[in-house]
Write a protein that binds this ligand. Sequence first.
Ligand SMILES: Cc1cc2nc3c(=O)[nH]c(=O)nc-3n(C[C@H](O)[C@H](O)[C@H](O)COP(=O)(O)OP(=O)(O)OC[C@H]3O[C@@H](n4cnc5c(N)ncnc54)[C@H](O)[C@@H]3O)c2cc1C
Length: 362
Amino acid sequence: MIGAGIVGLATARALRQRGATVTIYERGVAGAGQSGGESRVFRHAHDDPRLVVAARDSRAIWDEWADELGIETVSSDGALTIGPHVDAKLALLRDVDGIGAHEVDPSDLAELLPLLGPFDGPAFLDPRGGSIRTTATIEALVAELATNLVHDEVLQVRQTSAGRTEVRTGGRTVQHDHVVVCAGRGTPAIARSVGLELPVKQSTHVRCTFEPADRPPPRAACLQDSSGVFGETGIYAASGPDRATYAVGLSDTAGVRDDGTIIDATALADLADRAAKYVSRALPGLSAVPIGVRHCWVTELPWSSDGVAAWSRPGLTLVAGHNLFKLAPWLGGLLAASALGDGLDDRLRPESRLGAAPESNA
Ligand SMILES: Cc1cc2nc3c(=O)[nH]c(=O)nc-3n(C[C@H](O)[C@H](O)[C@H](O)COP(=O)(O)OP(=O)(O)OC[C@H]3O[C@@H](n4cnc5c(N)ncnc54)[C@H](O)[C@@H]3O)c2cc1C
């Protein structure tokens, strides 16, 4: 395993549960890459019905993890979507058993998200959605897998003529039966070392954290707002533990050059400013002065901002995509299966374009 973000940790856990011996190479702090920071949105709504099913299956494993790790993994506050696409998204969710998403009357919004200002447009609740308790989950997984972690950077991966996969790190050269590359932003470089060019587009992102203006609310559903009513059409938000914080980000990202440098020097500051302005308009229950910020790299596949795919070679599986936190338990199981010789699940093959809306695959 290369990479101890949520995807690598989930894959390592699944491998150990199947009795495999696992080594996880991590060049930095486990969980501090794209998986860093408190909270992520768990939502079932995706443009691709296959991803709706995957999210439903992943959600079930998040519940198993909660029992096994003894922590809350996903809050029970639900995920709220407001804006013009409610009907289309609800229709997709209703086609999949076990999700239970339903329309919400404007008069009920204050109970689901007391932080939100007046809104009388279309809305739905995904009751099995919620805020992922990212920090607690990462800490629990790292503790469980501590003896499997090797703190070193992987420089190169090479398939040997004997059918094994060689990993060269700063301090060692080791051969493994199978290597799963879950290195986030580092995956394309490792892929290149085996002659694979992954179609991963990088950008950067900022999300700001705010405190309630008064005391923490009794409930704080996650929010996805594409309405434009509060001046933005691509907002997502999730609560921290005990609803003591609420993190708000824009789906817009700041572009980077091929060498990883950020193109526009003020782009991240502008995005953070827009998040704070959104809070002052839409979320009067919050103090509009951010108390924290999360900057991170975004790695997207060309067919969707929710796109995910894996590339399989003998003794090697590489994964890439964005918005993977919610899917990690499900994805980890499929990557472990690939590593153990069950074959790569067809849905993950790049040609399946998992995450793309069906019409764009036609
Ligand atoms: C602010 C923000 C908001 C987000 N919101 C959501 C959301 O609401 N819902 C959701 O589902 N997802 C969300 N995402 C996306 C999600 O967090 C990521 O898709 C996910 O965390 C990716 O996990 P990963 O394990 O693939 O990558 P990472 O967490 O980046 O892990 C990769 C690891 O590999 C290590 N590594 C890289 N190269 C090497 C090397 N050569 N040798 C050794 N180690 C290496 C890195 O140090 C890193 O720790 C968000 C991301 C951010 C940052």
